[in-house]
Design a protein around this ligand. Structure first.
Ligand code: DAH
Length: 346
């Protein structure tokens, strides 16, 4: 078999050129330089040719073998480079693409306002107390000077839970719970949910109040006025007018309702165009708080001597304050969980 070495060289180049994987190259290596490989056999055949031709032929064969090895290495390198390029190309990450934003939650507007109110009181040295949402008749009514047949119970349309228990209709029962356990001086606020059988644009069956009270040996109505005027001006505007009107609550005597000047028309009652202000309906004032001096009867229920201690108490509706601050006209928006509404208060 006298195949020319030039032909073998070309065949090698062709075969290597067609290899696309490491395995194919390995196979080719076996086929040419393995134990029974084509080049191996050619080299072995050297012994059968005339001795004067042998050095020349040996040198040519060795050169061819070197050529084969070099081509194989070059091909392996090229394949590896191609693979790397493929990975870079196919697995490319476009760092300019916008990412997936995760939705960020926010504090509910009512809780924002609640926290703001609590903060004002904390700065004045009040502490925070809490009580149960399911309350017994004694704490919700009786000890607040509302006996079973008292008409004042009609002011609060009550959800009855069972027998003696109700969903608390106000945060005032926590006054009783705190005073039962502790002695004056007390400076306490009670933020929390309350419940009444009421449901329209300005009433929700569940809403929130911040109750507060201050009891010591010489607390007077002027303390009530000073504290609540300051609090309202902190929550609304520093210059807002504040007005106290006589009122009635069974658990305070005397009692007052407190108004602030309308936040929308600044106490003018009319808009710039002369129309009735839609927030205060032209009255220029907004009722914002119930308050009063704690009734001696309440002190007796908790075992305090009304001759020795005095105090004031107040209660405010968080929804009403939030509606006035943000200009919200329907209380139900707070509880519908519409993100388009809630997102405005971040
Ligand atoms: N508990 C009353 C209500 O829900 C609000 C209130 C008025 C609370 C006067 C008080 C107060 O502590 O002194 O309507």
């Amino acid at each position: 078999m006298e195949e020319s070495l030039q032909a073998v060289r070309e065949e090698i180049l062709g075969r290597i050129g067609h290899c696309t994987t490491d395995q194919e190259i390995e196979q080719l290596r076996v086929e040419y330089v393995g134990r029974k490989g084509k080049l191996t056999l050619l080299l072995r055949g050297l012994k059968d040719i005339p001795s004067e031709q042998r050095p020349q032929r040996g040198a040519e064969l060795n050169e061819l073998r070197g050529f084969f090895e070099a081509e194989i290495e070059a091909r392996l390198k090229a394949l590896k480079r191609g693979e790397k390029e493929r990975i870079l190309r196919e697995e490319r990450v476009d760092i300019t693409l916008p990412g997936n934003r995760s939705e960020r939650g926010g504090v509910h507007p009512l809780m924002l306002v609640m926290d703001e109110i609590i903060d004002v009181f904390l700065r004045m040295g009040f502490e925070v107390a809490r009580g149960p949402d399911i309350e017994d008749d004694y704490h919700n009514f009786e000890a607040l000077n509302m006996p079973k047949d008292h008409p004042a119970r009609d002011m609060q349309d009550t959800f009855f839970v069972s027998g003696d228990h109700v969903l608390r209709t106000h945060t005032s029962p926590v006054q009783i719970r705190v005073m039962e356990r502790r002695k004056p001086p007390l400076q306490v606020i009670v933020p929390g949910a309350v419940y009444r059988h009421d449901d329209d644009a300005t009433h929700s069956p569940m809403f929130h109040q911040v109750e507060g009270f201050m009891v010591d040996s010489h607390i007077s109505f002027s303390d009530l006025k000073g504290v609540l005027t300051h609090v309202l001006r902190q929550i609304f505007e520093e210059k807002a007018g504040v007005r106290f009107r006589p009122s009635f609550f069974p658990f305070t005597e005397p009692s007052a309702e407190i108004d602030i000047q309308c936040v929308l028309c600044s106490g003018r009652g009319r808009t710039g165009e002369g129309q009735l202000c839609r927030v205060c309906k032209g009255s220029a004032w907004l009722e914002i708080l119930g308050a009063g001096m704690i009734d001696p009867a309440v002190f007796r229920f908790v075992g305090y001597d009304p001759e020795k201690v005095s105090g004031f108490a107040f209660g405010m509706g968080v929804e009403r304050i939030a509606m006035l601050k943000f200009g919200i006209e329907d209380i139900r928006l707070f509880f519908q969980n519409d993100l388009r509404f809630l997102k405005q208060f971040r």
